[in-house]
Write a protein that binds this ligand. Structure first.
Ligand SMILES: N[C@@H](CCC(=O)N[C@@H](CS)C(=O)NCC(=O)O)C(=O)O
Length: 183
């Protein structure tokens, strides 16, 4: 066998080992919130073989996180400073609203600007809607992906009168719906 083809073979068998590991150890099945890229990266680490592409991904991810975190904190601070007033309702109206919104859940990330916009609208309308952290809570994360259909926030889960569930994506859609219903 030629030296060049031996090297090629070794390289491709290395790649195959990584993919085999990813599948064999069921990394791809571990959780739906793990992206295929992360599965591969994890498998590479387990095989003791971190390709340059993975290092690049890891580097970009870290840089992105380093930028995202302070930006998110600024968004939260600005939101906190300029938060709209919560309207006060008479007790009967309050109870009526709470009964309706008990069937609604908002899947969201704390620092997402679209979620902040939606939460502000909910506050302005004086609604009590449970918020569910779809980034950090595995239960809400997999519910959003498996039942809602995609990993995007904010998402409003509505339990309708006929017992069916509606998953409403898009901050503008949610705000428009809530404004129409409660505004
Ligand atoms: N047009 C959508 C955009 C929502 C959006 O981009 N959300 C981001 C978070 S800020 C998201 O869900 N990203 C999913 C991810 O991080 O994979 C809206 O207005 O709600």
């Amino acid at each position: 066998m030629q030296a060049g083809s031996r090297v090629r073979n070794r390289r491709s068998s290395g790649k195959l080992t990584i993919f085999r590991l990813a599948f064999e150890r069921k990394i791809l099945k571990m959780s739906t919130d793990i992206k295929p890229r992360d599965c591969l990266l994890q498998a590479c680490r387990m095989a003791g073989n971190i390709p340059i592409k993975c290092w690049k991904n890891l580097f970009m991810k870290t840089v992105f996180r380093l930028i995202r975190w302070p930006l998110g904190q600024i968004i939260i601070l600005l939101d906190w400073i300029t938060r709209p007033e919560i309207p006060v309702f008479p007790p009967e109206k309050r109870a009526e609203l709470d009964a309706i919104t008990a069937n609604m859940k908002i899947y969201q990330f704390k620092q997402c600007p679209f979620c902040v916009k939606t939460r502000r609208n909910i506050r302005r309308l004086g609604l009590n809607i449970e918020t569910r952290d779809a980034r950090n809570d595995p239960q809400w994360n997999s519910e959003l992906i498996n039942e809602g259909g995609k990993y995007q926030v904010p998402c409003l889960r509505l339990l309708k009168d006929d017992g069916s569930t509606q998953w409403m994506y898009g901050s503008n859609n949610i705000i428009e719906y809530l404004d129409k219903r409660f505004g």
